[in-house]
Design a protein around this ligand. Structure first.
Ligand SMILES: [Zn+2]
Length: 240
């Protein structure tokens, strides 16, 4: 089994998250916009540099805006300037990308590829694979106390209902997200099964979930899966 975890929005609390990930020896991909038009703070360059190298840093647009509905120029501007802005702060290429609020379509995806990104992470959940398209990378579950109606809505909204059903039903019948993650680790997923857990450090704070997140990381570390960043997973699988 492969364990992947990714965290969005580059909030200053990502440093606390980074320390927790380090404590359990977990790799992670962090997606950071240059600014956040929703008003939440974004890490300054020095904080970003402290996390760089320890974790994969990927871009998340210039202003953290959903890319659907923008003109082609606006969309390219958001993607390119988000990527270049991070590259200037870090002093190296930043190929990873994540769609704000998981909003993407074919033309947005093509622009992300045109901008020189190597993959795009979505929020299509209940998946245990990485699919055939590096620009629509799915996830398995979010670290957030969603109620059952939200889980059903997220399941129905994304398509591929048959192949996602088994994981969706495990999520639906779990006591909470930690129980859901444990059930996934109890299932026999083979060497290539990917459990991809994502979240926001600012939501961990808002929801008071730090202790529970520590329990998740401790459980994951004790199961000794293979740890990968999304970039490593993509490079490994999509070699050509
Ligand atoms: Zn985001």
């Amino acid at each position: 089994m492969i364990f992947v975890t990714s965290w969005d929005d580059g909030h200053p609390l990502d440093e606390r998250l980074g320390d927790l990930l380090d404590r359990f020896g977990l790799k992670a991909s962090l997606f950071v916009p240059v600014r956040n038009s929703e008003g939440r703070p974004v890490m300054a360059t020095d904080a970003l540099r402290r996390l760089d190298g320890r974790f994969e840093i990927g871009s998340h647009t210039l202003d953290h805006v959903p890319l659907i509905g923008l003109t082609r120029e606006e969309c390219l501007h958001q993607v390119v300037e988000g990527k270049v802005g991070l590259e200037q702060q870090l002093g190296h290429a930043v190929p990873g990308f994540c769609y704000p609020r998981g909003k993407w379509n074919e033309s947005v995806r093509d622009m992300v590829r045109e901008a020189g990104c190597s993959y795009g992470r979505t929020v299509e959940n209940f998946r245990l694979d990485i699919g055939a398209d590096r620009f629509s990378q799915p996830v398995t579950m979010q670290v957030y106390p969603h109620n059952k109606q939200v889980l059903v809505r997220n399941y129905m909204r994304q398509g591929r209902l048959i192949s996602r059903f088994r994981v969706f039903s495990a999520g639906l019948w779990s006591k909470d997200w930690l129980d859901f993650a444990s059930r996934l680790f109890d299932a026999d997923l083979g060497e290539t099964g990917v459990v991809h857990v994502w979240g926001h450090s600012w939501e961990i704070e808002e929801q008071g979930l730090w202790h529970k997140l520590e329990d998740l990381f401790a459980m994951v570390a004790s199961r000794q899966p293979r740890f990968c960043t999304i970039g490593e997973l993509i490079t490994d699988v999509f070699k050509s």
